[in-house]
Design a protein around this ligand. Structure first.
Ligand SMILES: [Zn+2]
Ligand SMILES: [Zn+2]
Length: 458
């Protein structure tokens, strides 16, 4: 029965080896039986086997030729078995015949998992498509850097494919032979047991030919790389930290890691974290700061430079006449927070006008004890302040027993201290999620909360 294997892999009959491989990976992912629903699993499994079979033949040059010529390879697997190292059972062959294990068609689960392994290799017969390791860099940046944006330049020394021998390791004139150890594959297969009845395979570089699949006489070694196939290259890498970026983000320079013949080149990844800032705390795109004013400023207003912003500007605040600043109040200045890094407009389209807000928490400094010069000052102060601030009667809706003499039931306490909030015992009560939300991101709620009097008037 002639089946169109090219149609199964959804490629042209003229497709290259890498196109076939790409198509296979795409389809294998799509029809992974683990992804299919219960009802569709059977179909997915059948489809998966079909794809695997098509790939089995089309990825092998000799079998593909045979298929192209005769339109079939049916029944020929056994006769070619010895010749091409193909047993006729793709799964068995995939796991290697040497191990003595028996594998049936159901093992494609393992097959698939293996293909998805960290290196993305494992597609049968083409084990060389591995990636070189990614290089990871971590740096600390300041909040100023993230506010303004910054370009990080770093010197990178990496291996690149030798420019003289193009990675073969041998002179142009060298006579090369197919490596006998790896049969020209450049890698040898290693079976590793990972559990009862479970094995995984790894491809390791062939030590005889250093992965090139070819051997040659030692005097034919490339002079430039000394047969190592790669040479060192030093260059400057540039990482662009876009303004408004957040701590912990990673910039990826694709393909800037070590090169190696036959391997995909890994990436260089730079992750940056922000150092703590003396003045500002960042929450989302907003900035938070604290500022201390005196009681007189809280009552009478002020006009003053209260902080130096991340770009060096002084921020001056002038409170409107008559505005009273209360403990716990925040001054909110719109658009003075961090620049907002817009993901939609990409790297170059950051609109400079989009900024978070700045919140300055007001801390009010009260006068020292015995602040007055003359006793009379207390009376003067009292007379200046409105009547309702003179005294407050509040015994919290509790009544004192009337039956006894009033004096007898009232205790005059003179022995007390004033404890500061941060000097109170620590009861280690966990913060509720709601409180965290209020403190963190719900700024409207925050404002309203700050303006509320602590106790309701009676
Ligand atoms: Zn070379
Ligand atoms: Zn070899």
């Amino acid at each position: 029965m002639a089946v169109d294997l090219y149609a199964i892999l959804e490629v042209e009959a003229s497709a290259s080896g890498s196109e076939i491989k790409k198509a296979y990976r795409k389809l294998a992912l799509r029809y992974h039986p683990d992804k299919a629903s219960e009802e569709e699993r059977h179909i997915a499994e059948t489809k998966f086997k079909e794809i695997s079979h098509a790939y089995e033949i089309l990825s092998d040059e000799i079998k593909r030729e045979e298929y192209d010529t005769y339109g079939t390879t049916d029944g020929n697997g056994a006769s070619h078995g010895g010749q091409y190292g193909y047993s006729g059972n793709p799964y068995e062959d995939f796991y290697g015949n040497g191990g003595g294990q028996e594998y049936g068609g159901n093992d494609f689960y393992n097959f698939f998992n293996n293909m998805n392994g960290s290196n993305g290799h494992g597609a049968r017969g083409k084990p060389n498509k591995m990636r070189t390791e990614d290089a990871e860099i971590e740096i600390e940046v300041t909040l100023e850097d993230l506010f303004r944006g910054k370009t990080i330049r770093t010197t990178s020394t990496r291996n690149i494919i030798c420019t003289s021998c193009k990675g073969s390791g041998a002179k142009k004139s060298a006579v090369t032979k197919k490596c006998v150890t790896c049969e020209g594959e450049g890698t040898v297969r290693k079976i590793r047991r990972v559990g009862p009845g479970l094995v995984t395979q790894e491809y390791v570089q062939c030590s005889s030919c250093k992965g090139s699949g070819k051997t040659y006489r030692s005097k034919d070694k490339c002079k430039k790389c000394d047969g190592k196939r790669t040479i060192e290259e030093t260059k400057i890498l540039e990482f662009e930290i876009v303004k408004g970026s957040k701590s912990g983000e990673t910039i990826v320079l694709a393909g800037e890691s070590d090169q190696y013949p036959g391997k995909e080149t890994g990436d260089v990844k730079l992750t940056f974290r922000t150092k703590e800032h003396a003045t500002f705390t960042r929450k989302g795109d907003d900035l938070y700061s604290k500022y201390k004013i005196t009681l007189v400023e809280a009552l009478c207003g002020f006009s003053r430079v209260v902080l130096k912003h991340l770009d060096g500007r002084g921020i001056q605040i002038c409170t409107p006449r008559g505005k009273v600043i209360r403990p716990g109040d925040f001054i909110k200045i719109k658009n003075e927070g961090m620049p907002i890094k817009s993901s939609s407009s990409g790297w170059f389209g950051n609109s400079p006008s989009k900024r978070g807000d700045l919140y300055i928490e007001m801390e009010i400094e009260f006068p020292q004890d015995n602040w007055y010069l003359e006793k009379n000052d207390l009376t003067k102060m009292k007379n200046l302040l409105p009547n309702e601030l003179h005294s407050k009667v509040d015994i919290r809706n509790q009544t004192i027993d009337d039956d006894s003499l009033p004096e007898a039931n009232i205790e005059l306490v003179t022995d007390f201290t004033i404890a500061k909030k941060d000097a109170l015992p620590d009861y280690k009560e966990p913060e509720t999620e709601q409180e965290e939300a209020d403190h963190g991101y719900d700024y409207d709620g925050y404002e309203a909360h700050g303006a509320q009097p602590e106790c309701a008037q009676q």
